[in-house]
Design a protein around this ligand. Sequence first.
Ligand SMILES: Nc1ncnc2c1ncn2[C@@H]1O[C@H](COP(=O)(O)OP(=O)(O)OP(=O)(O)O)[C@@H](O)[C@H]1O
Ligand SMILES: [Mg+2]
Ligand SMILES: [Mg+2]
Length: 912
Amino acid sequence: TVPFTHLCTMLEGVDRAKGKDNKKKIFKEFLDKWREFHNSVHKDDPNTEDSFYPAMRLILPQCERERIAYGIKEFTLAKYYIEILGLAKDSPDALKLLKYRAPSHAKGEAGDFAAVAYFVLKNRCPEKGSLTIQEVNDLLDSIATNNAAKNKEEVRRSILKLLRSTSAMEQKWLIRMIMKELKMGMNQAGVFAVFHPDAEDLFNVTNSLAKVCIDLRDPRVRLNEIAISLFSPFKPMLGQRIPLDGVEKEMHHEMFYIETKFDGERMLLHKDGDTYKYFSRSGKDYTHQFGAHPLEGSLTPYIHNCFASHVKSCILDGEMVGYNPQTKAIMSKGDKFDIKNMAEDSDLQTMYCVFDILLLNGQKFANSPLRERVDYLDKLFTPIEGRLLLGDRKDARTKAEVIDALNEAIDRREEGLVIKYPGSKYAPDKRKGSGWLKVKPEYVDGLMDQVDVVIVGGYFGKGRRSHMISHFLCAVAVQPNTPGEKPALFHTFCRVGSGYTLKELYQMGQRLHPHWRVFDKKKPPKTNILFPSGYKEAPDVWIDPEQSLVVQIKAAEIIESDKFKTGCTLRFPRLEKVRDDKEWSDCMTLDELDDMRKNAEGKLASRHAGIDDSGEPSKKKRRTVVRVEKPITVAPQFKAADTSKVQQVSAIFEDREFCIINGPPEHGKADLERKVVAYGGTVVQAPGPDTSCVLAHKVNVRVNNIISGGKYDVVKADWLLRCWEAKQCLPWLPSHMIHMSPDTAAQFALEFDRHGDSFTDDATVDSLKEVFEKIGEEKSSSKVSSEGIAEMEEKYFPNESPLGLFRLCRLYVDNCHVIGDQSTRIKDCPLDLVALEVRFHGATVSPILDSDVTHVLFHTSDLSRLDEVKALRRQRTKKHHLVTPGWVYDCIQTGAILTERDYEPHSSTDST
Ligand SMILES: Nc1ncnc2c1ncn2[C@@H]1O[C@H](COP(=O)(O)OP(=O)(O)OP(=O)(O)O)[C@@H](O)[C@H]1O
Ligand SMILES: [Mg+2]
Ligand SMILES: [Mg+2]
């Protein structure tokens, strides 16, 4: 109902005012008046959907997303005006409009169509407009839709209506609104800032002016606080996973808090006097479990009296954990208990660990910085052992301090740390850039963190599992543009064996059973699940992600793969658990996956790698994780040498083409290439049909690729150097060959035995040495690594054999008096039998505690070397697990690798 004139008068005022502050002041006055009016109109309906939006979309036409484009430019508009006003085509006014850019016609206003139009219309429009903002919007809607429908008559009619009911000044602003540029000297950010301190942020994430105007109608209510109110669930703030190196930067190189990371279930406690409610991170109500009143539930009765007398109402954020009163330890959230459904007679009791406060006696804190919030926490309650705990925090500044804290946390059998920026506000459901970081130790045998993916497909098993789904196809979500919105697309990402015992598999099958649908690769169903071309890894059955479950998967690393839409997949994935606390829409997103790959890049173990693909002496061994969209560049060591100035000195390599991959340190690739050219040969950077052979000093990834192509002879660079010295093209000997093409191999087979000893030439001391060396090499390379076996098991015998359970584990068994010194073996050590068990189930037992060891096995009866092993672990960046025989036997019994942390032996010097 607000007259359009009021809006235009304000805009005119802003336009004329000098200086940003004055401009803002005028807009603010208008807005305040409008708000006052709005409140009086809607005083009986505080939740009205009416808002400043109709005006806002005219003030910021460039932010308009709802109305389709007008498709009208100045020239078109000019023609409409000329027609409607009945101007003669060559009259001065018509020319002014049509040639508004030309100074001669338009005088001082040249170039500004709206201003030019203003002068033309001044005497032809009513003195005072009569339209409301609503009516103007309706007419603009009509112009936009009719223009799109090529309905010129209707467009004309709407413009006519506008012309007849608005003043020339209003027309000027209208034209600017249609041209989507207001030119009033106050930009978008300025308008937003006057409207609400969070307006720009909200617009940037939602792209919706309407949402900004409705959600932020009250300038006193901040964005973060909107979601938070007593007894209604909201999504808690999340932490971003981050590698250690990124911590300082993420904390703006300022002081930060290090907090204990509790391993349980996120829970928000709402309290108002005697009434309590508990909500999980997905907003599920668990009040029935923990207790709505001081006399019921597994927690409320024990904590009700802890609160200080000034506390009437509050909302707390924290973690619900299982506490063992016997050992006085927090149990990690494993497969062994569920804090949300704890049996009455459990050994464990429920404990709530509080780390944040969002509301106290009606006052909301989401916009207070963390350092102020924790002050309130301190005076809130008296902790009580095993029931209510106040999370601790310590100040830190450097990565070194984080490393120390992380090592201490590992020693205390904790999952990791949570690092928080003291200035951070509480942003519900926010993860990235929230100011909270999760730091977890890196273990030798796995990714930095688990991934939570959604099941989108299933594969039927074989044999006794042929009626069951033995494998799942999992996907990650394409993050929606607007936070809070649910993802609409999913990319296939990995295939994971159920890894579960038959019983659990059965239960999961039951839950998903009604939703499976057959997936026919030839007639692929229409789904929101995206596959790579050719529907690679197409499942037998599929499921709508919305009906599905989120599962937590652990894996060794992320590797490139074209079998999945993401372009990558998990190596040795293992299903750890169903994430009941996460909704389908809470699964990992592509962005998060990308972050994870970036973090992992170059940081992954190169254990068992042996080959170094950099071609340079390796200080840092890196296994590069290839990202899909990485721009292709040529690293210097792969570039061709400039051979244009090389003088040819002989023709012994005439007509021969070589592809040189790398050379020995003293004769680099470039040097070898110049030598080839000097002897009349040619060099290419990739082997082609005319290439006589590929030369290499070191076998790297590229050489391996060429070898696996099978087409080329790969010859040691050494051969070239010998030719150079001998000044002739020497024949290849078996000892020169890194790899032979089938032709060459057949040729050699006629002349040499399989170790490279010639049938006809006499052996020399040197040639024999070479032959013998080769025999040794063959032996070691014919042995398949554990990883190789694991790959075969995964491919051909999935879930079938319990004997591969520990395949990827490399154990050091604590059965020597001196660590790693097998000559000091303890006689009749009880661990010897356990060691046989683990080997029987696929593990490798290492005689020394090297950095490839994934687990150290201790016997609880002798922990004398535990501290020494822990000290060693503290120094290593890649950590190993400490376990006891209990872990081994429980794993064998469950048929799955269980959380090691729960089995870590305690040493006598442990403080806990
Ligand atoms: N001091 C703490 N501050 C904040 N969160 C904590 C704290 N201690 C434990 N947590 C828990 O840690 C969780 C984040 O780490 P975790 O790796 O366990 O995430 P998750 O449960 O797997 O979920 P996601 O992977 O989606 O973050 C938080 O959601 C919270 O439940
Ligand atoms: Mg957790
Ligand atoms: Mg997680």
